[in-house]
Design a protein around this ligand. Structure first.
Ligand code: SAH
Length: 218
């Protein structure tokens, strides 16, 4: 192997090792995360840190989540190949790209038009044709495409937004960070049963806030 190929293989091994050591053990999730290179989702100065297990800044003052948190949230979502998934908070598009390998279709929305445009370019380049990225205020969900088998919110809400709960199928699962934006939040998994909603608290996390309305660029 060339030095460069050696380095890539080594980096990939370390990346997967970090995921496993933080509790990402689901084989389908690990395979998807091995296939989606995080590099293209981070532009500019921080690109060289793409393979470290840390959140990094992206455009519009937002952040791409830490890979182990992406892995744990994806794992908690228990996505199956037939699922229609909604992601609120496209950001860089990294989480949506991973979901697209696990689900039938992924709708992802962000309040910043620029982030949606950049992510769409990456999805097209990677030929991820089952992702539909839209500029919208995701706190209202996506009524036209509802209901969803799975919903993942990658920005912190004070409570799980009502419209999102309403757009979850019976038997559906939603993963959402809940709490004040400037504090440590709790990652919650909501399962919708015939008889109502079941809430599981998973772990502490820290996300940028879910903000109402569209960004000034969109
Ligand atoms: N999942 C992303 C990281 C998301 S960061 C990734 O893989 O890179 C959180 C994102 O949520 C930001 O891009 C922010 O613009 C978006 N956001 C915040 N409030 C929102 C809202 N009401 N509707 C849609 N997107 C929102």
């Amino acid at each position: 192997m060339s030095d460069e190929a050696d380095e890539t293989a080594e980096r990939k091994m370390q990346f997967l090792f970090a995921l496993r050591s933080k509790g990402v053990t689901d084989a389908r999730v690990l395979t998807a995360m091995e296939k989606v290179d995080r590099g293209p989702f981070i532009r500019g100065y921080f690109a060289e840190r793409a393979y470290e297990d840390m959140p990094l800044p992206i455009a519009c003052g937002q952040t791409i989540s830490q890979p182990s948190v992406v892995g744990l949230m994806t794992q908690a979502l228990k996505v199956s190949a037939r699922d229609k998934v909604l992601e609120v908070g496209t950001g860089s598009g990294y989480q949506a790209a991973i979901l697209s390998l696990l689900a039938r279709r992924v709708y992802t929305v962000d309040r910043h038009k620029r982030l949606v445009q950049d992510a769409t370019e990456i999805f097209n380049g990677l030929d991820l044709t089952n992702i539909i990225a839209l500029t919208a205020d995701g706190s209202f969900g996506l009524p036209d495409q509802a209901p969803f088998d799975r919903i993942i919110v990658t920005a912190a809400a004070e409570d799980p937004p009502g419209p999102l709960l309403a757009q979850l199928k019976i038997g559906g699962i939603m993963v959402v960070p809940v709490g004040q934006s400037d504090a440590v939040q709790r990652l919650i998994r909501v399962t919708r049963h015939e008889s109502g909603f079941e809430y599981d608290e998973l772990r502490p996390v820290r996300f940028v806030p879910l903000v109402e309305g569209l960004g000034r660029d969109g």
